[in-house]
Design a binder for this molecule. Structure first.
Ligand code: HEM
Ligand code: OVM
Length: 416
């Protein structure tokens, strides 16, 4: 159904009406003016007629919506499509797009496999891989005249390289076909939005990518030692069924790559933009964790997710009907001046905990320890070898219906 067919019907809405398109390409690339408009519209929830959806952008409203899974369901899809009436583009995720009790067993299995304790066994290998990557760039790269710095695009040479050199192997994927992972994640995150050009432009080429992803999920495709093997062992132990196992592997392949690429790019962007704070990080390497959390707060690589109301429900002074879509602006909550002092500043003196870049509540990112370990390894390798990071040209935004990030980060690394 075209959007116009179900908008502007005479449904009474007692929330401020905001006439904008959050998925417009210009807005996706620079959403901050819209965030302010949504937060300051005068209520905890607003109505966006363009898509017949509600939206929350203030910190408290976003956080309570995230934490209220009883009234705000994920099983009807966490994108614009309402699975109660629209067919999903793929079989729904057993984690992201599920409610209790179905959500419980897959969640418990992944929490254990991706927990901070289990991840310790990957730490050494991931640290070494980061050092090899950075050392390789510093010795093999294009040397600029003058300061002996190395000029490169940090997205294609660091952010997109590192996760792909550690994560697929940790999952237990065989070599070959890894070039499908980023396009798959990009498509999946676009698919949470409307069927705009970002989605339709990919429809011609995505078929073989989907097929390859599907082929990596069965037991036979995966090495025994790795997250994938761990998932299948959980099926052997009847914690999940054999029918569920391949879909849980698919969740790792969907959510586990583009997100960390975007997260690492965001870190490099903020370190290049804040030379004084980079110097401070070099003197205090234990700040790597805070750098990552402050980066996630400011950047919120996953900008939005939806919920669907399960009953009539109140947000602030507004009553929402049952089966209404609610768009949660994680990025706007993470810069809400009601919650954060000087919210737009990258500030290592603040405590960024409580940010909602990983969500909050029962669906809070189950891969967050993986993301933190990858980002820390990259930062530690860089601060050991690199004295300064400078931009050589303005960075270019990459847009996606759900993710915000960088297509290119042209930088110079000045060796220590
Ligand atoms: C859930 C963000 C990395 C796997 C989520 C959610 C957010 C998020 C906001 C909550 C979704 C919701 O409430 O509906 C991020 C960010 C990352 C990241 C910003 C990197 C910086 C990862 C990685 C993996 C992963 C590396 C896999 C190893 C998942 C899965 C879920 C999830 C499976 C669904 C959990 C559930 O519904 O119970 N992520 N994520 N994520 N994430 Fe991440
Ligand atoms: C999934 C999943 C989880 C989180 C994010 C996501 C594409 C997918 O379980 O498939 O984004």
């Amino acid at each position: 159904m075209p959007a116009a067919a179900n908008t502007l019907t005479e449904r009474h809405v007692d929330a401020p009406i905001i006439d904008l398109d959050p998925f417009d390409e210009a807005t996706l690339g620079s959403p901050y003016a819209m965030h302010e408009q949504l937060r300051e519209a005068g209520a905890d929830v607003v109505y966006i007629p363009a898509y017949d959806i509600y939206a929350v952008a203030r910190y408290d409203a976003v956080r309570s919506t995230l934490e209220n899974w009883q009234h705000f369901s994920s099983a009807a899809g966490v994108g614009l499509a309402n699975f109660n009436s629209e067919k999903p583009w793929r079989a729904p995720s057993l984690l992201l797009e599920a409610d209790a009790p179905q959500h419980d067993a897959p969640r418990a299995v992944l929490e254990k496999i991706l927990g901070a304790r289990k991840l310790r066994q990957y730490h050494e290998d991931w640290r070494e891989t980061a050092h090899e990557l950075i050392d390789g760039l510093l010795t093999g790269g294009q040397r600029s005249t003058g300061d002996g710095g190395i000029e490169l695009d940090a997205v294609s040479k660091i952010s997109e390289v590192y996760p792909l050199s550690v994560f697929p192997d940790a999952v237990g994927l065989q070599q070959g076909g890894l070039e499908n992972l980023l396009p798959y994640g990009n498509f999946a995150f676009n698919a949470f939005g409307p069927r705009n050009r970002l989605v339709t432009d990919e429809l011609d080429t995505i078929g073989p990518v989907l097929e390859w992803i599907g082929n990596q999920c069965p037991r036979d495709a995966l090495k025994l030692d790795g997250f994938g093997g761990d998932i299948w062992r959980a099926a052997d132990q009847r914690h999940i069924t054999e029918e569920q196992a391949p879909f849980i592997v698919r969740s790792l392949l969907t959510a586990g790559v583009d997100t960390t690429v975007y997260g690492i790019s965001a870190v490099l962007y903020h370190l290049a933009s804040n030379p004084d704070q980079y110097a401070r990080l070099r003197e205090n390497p234990q700040l790597v964790r805070r750098v990552f959390e402050e980066t996630l707060r400011l950047e919120s690589p996953v900008q939005t997710f939806f919920r669907t109301t399960t009953t009539q429900v109140q947000i602030g002074d507004t009553t929402l009907d049952k089966n209404q879509k609610v768009l949660m602006f994680l990025g706007a909550a993470n810069r809400d001046p009601r919650r954060w002092k000087n919210p737009d500043a990258f500030d290592l003196d603040r405590d960024p905990s409580g940010h909602v870049a990983f969500g909050s509540g029962v669906h809070q990112c189950v891969g967050q320890h993986v993301a933190r370990l990858e980002a820390s390894c990259v930062m530690e390798a860089i601060i050991e070898r690199v004295e300064r990071i400078e931009f050589t040209a303005p960075p270019e935004r990459k847009i996606n219906n759900t993710l915000i990030g960088w297509k290119s980060l042209p930088i110079r690394l000045i060796p220590a």
